[in-house]
Design a protein around this ligand. Structure first.
Ligand code: PEP
Length: 252
């Protein structure tokens, strides 16, 4: 099964409105409708409507960096629902980013609830998983990733992965400049696909698994050459138009 490469940019809490506009203007001129890869931008919540407007007529997709763990509406001060994200043009949403897990205490259960809230609103969740350096050095990579993926598969059901994306992001590679080697990443990607395949082989074959962690123009080709790496989730390099376009072109 062919899986169309996806290159997703996670801006995190970076950039002003003016800088965002400049970035989007440059990116949209670099991505044509017939491209063989999909580009996705995940700006901060408050810039979503502006970015949607700047992207009018462009094939670049829009996503959010987070979502409330509650479906519907309600008294959840500060939270943003899946339906609200749909209203402002999002089709994707990141859930369980390691920064959310480590800095804001998101547990596997919360991540699973966010995954389900995203799908209930018709959004494609990008489920982030990955081990810390300490866990890798202790030989616990598979155990950690298995726990993080299983928490969502067990809660949402394997069928939910027909409309979801997984991103393997080793925490030690995020924002550090230390990229996992293609072989290190491939090993974990194959493990994740195997976990899903044990429950449903067809869904596993169609599942896009992105790699994230210091992806750059120079390392994209070798990462995406691996059988189970279907794209990239890009932080720092997605804020520099030329670099992000280089990544995109290497994938397309
Ligand atoms: C990320 O934030 O998901 C990420 C992978 O960041 P960076 O590309 O900067 O390592």
């Amino acid at each position: 099964m062919t899986r169309k490469p996806l290159i997703a940019g996670n801006w995190k809490m970076n950039g002003s409105l003016g800088e965002s506009r400049q970035l989007v203007e440059t990116l949209r001129h670099g991505v044509s409708a017939g491209a063989s890869a999909t580009m996705l931008l995940c700006p901060p919540y408050v810039y979503l409507p502006a970015v949607r407007d700047w992207l009018q007529g462009s094939p670049i997709a829009l996503g959010a960096q987070d979502i409330a763990d509650k479906p519907g509406t309600g008294a959840y001060t500060g939270e943003v629902s899946g339906q609200m994200l749909r209203d402002v043009g999002c089709t994707y949403v990141i859930v369980g980013h390691s920064e959310r897990r480590a800095l804001y205490g998101e547990t596997d259960a919360v991540v699973a609830a966010k995954f389900k809230a995203a799908q209930a609103a018709g959004l494609l969740p990008i489920l982030c998983v990955g081990e810390t350096l300490e866990q890798r050095e202790a030989g616990e990579t598979r155990k950690v990733v298995e726990r993080q993926v299983a928490a969502v598969v067990d809660s949402a059901g394997v069928a939910a992965f027909a409309k979801a994306i997984v991103a393997y992001e080793p925490v030690w590679a995020i924002g550090t400049g230390r990229t996992a080697t293609p072989e290190q990443a491939q090993e974990v990607h194959a493990f994740i696909r195997g976990m899903v395949a044990a429950r449903d082989a067809t869904i596993a074959a169609g599942l896009s698994i992105l790699y994230g962690g210091s992806v750059k123009g120079a390392n994209t080709r070798s990462l995406l050459a691996m059988a189970d790496i279907d794209g990239g989730l890009v932080g720092g390099a997605s804020l520099a138009a030329a670099e992000f376009l280089e990544i995109f072109r290497a994938a397309a």
